[in-house]
Design a protein around this ligand. Structure first.
Ligand SMILES: *Cc1c(COP(=O)(O)O)cnc(C)c1O
Length: 376
């Protein structure tokens, strides 16, 4: 059997072990230490903005804490992109709040600004203005941040930017992670860089960072004994994981270039084939890290999405349908939904192609062979 080609798997840079060995040498085997502070500093430097970073145990934890920091409570409404991974929406439910799902627009597949406004008006009509907007830069493609931020200002509703998939992407030259009132990153094993499991919250004020760290370390008040005036969480990143992250930050730009090269490979592969359309940046204002490359299959492709998945599987190559929209998930079936049915159409014919930064020329040749049989 040929070696397995994964959709997106961890890709170590080589520098990780020196940070981990240092942690062992100094016995910093805890959810605090020099690597945690170092990783926060590295991310802050990379994002080049006047921001603060809190390293956490996952991207999901970061979204949960973002909602807590915005005082989201039971019964509140929170607007969330429908076409996304469930982790964008689940923390809304952890708090007993209710998601309102908003569908995609054509260009980026992210939040449709008109539908966001409809969702806001719906909340207001129920006497409950939504407490937050969770905007996702899906597959690394930045969302329409100008339009979303305009709505956020006009209605005074903060934005939680879920850039779990978009570290290294930019919109009009500004880095993803810095657009929302709060930004979320993920370092799960399949993301553009990984700490094995981990995430970060990007904050605009020092006070917010202090609060995030306080809440993520069990909300221990300043007292000689354990005193709690708030409910806390155990969400801080471990110093070992942060060591992996420090090594990964050294190669982040390389990883972005490698993923973008995969996208370019697919672009050339599907050129002149009307049956396949690759998800691309709508204009030069968008710079995607192309975390995953996505192709839509049209009737002219002569093969369905599931047939293609099977065909890949036979060659030991992993591919996957795109995220199933949240408003179509059984668990969210009673949640309100605004906008078109574009996300459903994308789910029906969209396929995630192998996109790891460690794809080799041989891997790409094997992928090309599968398509050569289909595309004549
Ligand atoms: C991966 C991901 C998350 C969650 O991050 P974890 O670190 O896995 O908890 C959230 N949102 C999106 C869009 C993601 O892809």
């Amino acid at each position: 059997m040929n070696k397995k080609i994964w959709l997106s798997n961890p890709h170590m840079g080589g520098g990780e072990m020196k940070y981990i060995e240092q942690a062992f040498a100094e016995n910093w085997i805890a959810p605090l230490g020099p690597n945690v502070n170092g990783l926060e500093h590295d991310i802050q430097k990379f994002l080049e903005e006047d921001i603060h970073v809190a390293a956490l145990s996952s991207g999901t934890a970061a979204i949960h804490l973002a909602l807590v920091l915005l005082d989201v409570e039971a019964g509140d409404y929170v607007i969330c992109q429908s076409l996304t991974f469930s982790a964008s929406a689940n923390p809304i439910v952890y708090l007993g709040a209710h998601p309102i799902f908003v569908d995609s627009e054509q260009d980026t597949w992210n939040l449709c600004p008109n539908a966001v406004e409809d969702a806001i008006k719906f909340g207001i009509s129920k006497g409950k203005k939504p407490k937050a907007i969770i905007a996702v830069s899906l597959y690394g493609m930045p969302y329409k941040a100008d339009e979303i931020n305009e709505l956020s200002k006009r209605y005074d509703i903060p934005v939680i930017e879920d850039s779990a998939e978009a570290l290294g992407s930019t919109y009009k030259g500004q880095k993803c992670g810095t657009f929302g009132d709060l930004g979320v990153l993920s370092f799960n094993g399949n993301k553009i860089i990984t700490t094995s499991g981990g995430g970060a919250l990007i904050l605009k004020h020092k006070e917010f960072k202090k609060k995030a760290v306080f809440l993520s370390t069990q909300a221990k008040d300043d007292a000689p004994h354990y005193e709690h005036t708030k409910i806390g969480y155990n969400y801080r990143m471990s110093n070992i994981c942060a060591g992996i992250g420090r090594g990964q930050m050294e190669v982040l730009l390389e990883r972005v270039n490698q993923r973008r090269a995969n996208h370019q490979f697919y672009k050339e592969l599907f050129q002149d084939h009307l049956g396949f359309t690759l998800h691309e940046e709508p204009n030069s204002g968008y710079y995607s890290n192309h975390w995953l490359s996505i192709v839509r299959l049209h009737p002219k492709a002569g093969i369905t999405k599931s047939q293609l998945i099977q065909k890949f599987a036979k060659e030991n190559i992993e591919s996957r349908p795109i995220w199933k929209p949240m408003h179509l998930q059984p668990v969210f079936k009673t949640a309100p939904h605004f906008g078109s049915n574009l996300s459903e159409k994308l789910f029906n014919n969209g396929l995630c192609l192998p996109s790891g930064s460690n794809l080799t020329d041989d891997d790409r040749e094997r992928i090309k062979l599968v398509f050569d049989e289909i595309i004549q």
